[in-house]
Design a protein around this ligand. Structure first.
Ligand code: SAH
Length: 242
């Protein structure tokens, strides 16, 4: 076993999330409590929520305008967002620049693992109808979706992405396993869990789990994981598993 580096004295800069948003008060939000909140307080990760409106135009600090070509809603201006990105993450910043967007590539556990193994993330949160297309190419933003539904803004999507990354940072989950047995990690959904009481409302814990035969338990869990994946998410199965 390799000795754990104490999280209190990180040798390298903490994993850092810079968020560009019109609502910085939404951060850290729910990430300020529990495991992620403790890790934030310990300095395992750092958060910088920047207000896009600081780069807004004119007396009213305007950040949006009507869509070219007409139509409903407003669009975040590329000049405003470009200036906000440049101020928050200069071009030599090695962190990936993400734009939360329902048009993006759906977020996966594999992508989360890769992001959490890096130096951190710069995340742009859209609002209104979205952002001017030119800033996506102009600032090299990678569009990331958290699912096929529409949120009112990118902030909650950014919190989802951050939560998934932070729990994988060294030391955050404490004594818990590093999540390697969880849903998706092995390409399968996770097996069912049980705890005391042994009998509840006529439902008993499966005998194999209380029998103490670890080989049999592992076999049962593998079979259950496969059964649930076949039933619910056949798309996750590899060739020969279906
Ligand atoms: N008009 C857009 C939706 C805009 S929703 C469309 O039809 O594609 C406003 C903002 O919320 C988006 O710019 C994005 O930042 C965020 N958002 C909405 N749904 C999202 C999702 N599923 N995943 C990630 N971000 C999302």
């Amino acid at each position: 076993m390799t000795p754990e580096i104490p999280a209190q004295t990180p040798a390298t800069p903490p994993w850092t999330a810079t968020i560009l948003t019109l609502y910085p008060a939404m951060f850290p939000g729910p990430l300020g409590v529990s495991l992620s909140g403790d890790a934030l307080a310990r300095g395992t990760w750092a958060l910088e929520a920047r207000d896009i409106r600081e780069h807004g135009l004119g007396r009213h600090r305007a950040v949006d305008d009507t869509p070219a070509g007409g139509g409903a809603g407003m669009v975040l201006r590329c000049d405003v967002l470009g200036a906000a990105i440049d101020a928050a993450a200069p071009s030599d910043d090695a962190r990936p620049r993400l734009l939360m967007s329902p048009r993006g590539k759906p977020l996966t556990q594999a992508r989360v693992r890769a992001l959490s193994a890096g130096p951190g993330v710069v995340v742009v949160c859209g609002r209104f109808e979205g952002v001017d297309e030119r800033v996506i190419a102009g600032r090299g933003l990678e569009e990331v979706s958290i699912g096929d539904y529409i949120l009112s803004g990118g902030e909650i999507a950014a919190l989802v992405l951050l939560d998934a990354c932070i729990r994988l940072l060294p030391g955050v989950m404490g004594k818990m396993a590093s999540g390697e047995e969880e849903s998706f990690e092995g390409g399968h959904l996770e097996y069912p869990h049980y705890t005391r009481p042994r009998d509840w409302e006529g439902r008993a814990i499966p005998d194999v789990l209380t029998g103490g035969n670890h080989g049999a338990i592992a076999k049962w869990r593998r079979a259950e994981a496969l059964r649930l994946t076949r039933e619910r998410r056949p798309d996750l199965l590899g060739p020969g598993e279906a």
